[in-house]
Design a protein around this ligand. Structure first.
Ligand SMILES: CC(C)(COP(=O)(O)OP(=O)(O)OC[C@H]1O[C@@H](n2cnc3c(N)ncnc32)[C@H](O)[C@@H]1OP(=O)(O)O)[C@@H](O)C(=O)NCCC(=O)NCCS
Length: 190
C-alpha cells in the first residue's frame, strides 16, 4: 500500500470514491458503515491539492482506495457547516487552549473503500495526513454525524480522538472532536 499526497491526475479516481460513499449517492446497504457529508467539486479538490497540500490518499497499485482531507479553516469557510464551526472556535477549548484559525485545522472527511476497511489503512492514512500538518498546527479538529457509528468508533476508540462537544446544524446532530498533533497514531506502521 502506498500513502502519498494526491496530484491533479488523481482527482478523477478520488471523485469516484467520493460518489460511492457520499450521503447523497451512497447505496442504502452501505450507509450503516459510514458516509461522507462534505461534497467536493473539481476546483475544490484542485485547490486542496495546490494551496493546502491537504489531500492524502492510499493507493493499492493504480487504485485509489482511500482519501483523507485536511486544510486550514480559511479553505473550509465556503461551506456553511464549517462557517458555523469557525464562528464557534472562540468558545471551544482543547488541550487547555482556546481554539482559533491559527492553532487548529479541520481534518476530514476520510473515506476508505469497503474491502480495505478494518485494516491498517485507517491508522496509516490518518498518520500520513497528520505528518503533513503537524508542523503547521498543534490541534486537529473534526466533526462526525451522531448516526455515523462506525466513524465514531474508528475515530474515538481506535485512533484516540476526543469528543469536545456536540452541536446541531441543519437538523443534524454532530460530535466535534479534537486530536493532539504531537501524538503518533496508534496502530500505524508508516
Ligand atoms: C470511517 C472509516 C474511515 C473507518 O475506517 P474503517 O477501516 O472502517 O475502521 P475500522 O473497521 O478499523 O474501525 C471501525 C470499528 O467500528 C466497528 N464497526 C463496524 N461497523 C460498525 C457499525 N455499523 N457501527 C458501529 N461500529 C461499527 C468495527 O467493528 C471496527 O471495530 P473493530 O476493528 O474493533 O472490529 C470507514 O469506515 C469509511 O470510510 N466509511 C465511509 C466514509 C465515512 O464514514 N467517513 C467518515 C466520515 S466522518
Amino acid at each position: 500500500m502506498e500513502y502519498r499526497n494526491a496530484a491533479i491526475q488523481d482527482i478523477n479516481k478520488i471523485q469516484l470514491l467520493q460518489q460511492k460513499y457520499h450521503v447523497s449517492t451512497i447505496r442504502d446497504e452501505d450507509k450503516p458503515h459510514g458516509f461522507v457529508t462534505t461534497l467536493f467539486a473539481e476546483n475544490q479538490f484542485k485547490e486542496l491539492i495546490e494551496k493546502e497540500n491537504g489531500l492524502a490518499i492510499a493507493c493499492d497499485g493504480e487504485k485509489v482506495i482511500g482519501y483523507a482531507m485536511a486544510a486550514s479553516w480559511q479553505y473550509w469557510s465556503v461551506w456553511p457547516l464549517f462557517q458555523h464551526m469557525i464562528n464557534d472556535l472562540p468558545n471551544t477549548t482543547f488541550l487547555n487552549t482556546v481554539l482559533n484559525a491559527e492553532n487548529s485545522y479541520q481534518y476530514g472527511p476520510i473515506c476508505i473503500d469497503m474491502e480495505y476497511r478494518g485494516t491498517d489503512v485507517l491508522p496509516n492514512l490518518f498518520e500520513f495526513s497528520r505528518l503533513q500538518m503537524k508542523d503547521r498546527y498543534p490541534v486537529l479538529i473534526t466533526f462526525i454525524n451522531h448516526i455515523n457509528n462506525r466513524s465514531y468508533d474508528a475515530h474515538t476508540r481506535k485512533l484516540g480522538l476526543e469528543v469536545i462537544k456536540n452541536f446541531e446544524f441543519n437538523n443534524n446532530h454532530y460530535y466535534e472532536l479534537g486530536y493532539d498533533m504531537t501524538k503518533k497514531t496508534k496502530g500505524s506502521n508508516i
